[in-house]
Design a protein around this ligand. Sequence first.
Ligand code: GAR
Length: 204
Amino acid sequence: MAKLHLGVLGSGAGSNMQSIVDAIAAGTLDAEIKLVLSDVPDAKILDRGRKHGIPSQHLDCAPWKTKLEGPAEDRCIELLKGAGVDTVVLAGFMRIVKAGLLAAFPMRVLNIHPALLPAFPGVHSWTQALDYGCKVAGVTVHFVDAGTDSGPIIVQKAVPVLENDTPETLHARIQVQEHIAFPEALNVIARGNYKIDGRKVRIF
Ligand code: GAR
């Protein structure tokens, strides 16, 4: 059992980061968020971080629009290492992370994805599930590897797709489960009671 020193990367509202903050405050997750970084200067996740007294800053990722690479990646690693981060959490970070970050934190980068992977990687996954006619949708927390939304799965949770669902109502139902799944996955990492065996995360 080792306390996690988390670095959170996000682009949006930060409700997943909030679920981690709440789990720490409730004493159900042995972790501390050391730093919040966002590629979006006015993202709500930065306000949330500051409200909780967590160092929170914008990370300029230009000129790239969809990935974290080059000098921005170097700066990101420098900031995370400088803050004493040992585990990186992608909490709604809408960029592809590349080999540099993954090498700096080997098998210590976690992502939350709003679908039951390997179905519907990429963006607006809940809309993809709805359009496909799925009867269930859900959320996956996984280790990040070199692919897109393809790393070993730590936790998954399913939700029903209802007849009258809109993208918004389905996403809201998925988000309720996200806020349970992320602290649960981080607890596995904190307890250290797992082994990565190829694609499989064996939890014991
Ligand atoms: C969440 O639904 C998360 O699963 C999704 O972005 C949202 C962020 O919400 N992530 C992705 O789509 C990553 N491909 P939040 O900012 O309120 O945590």
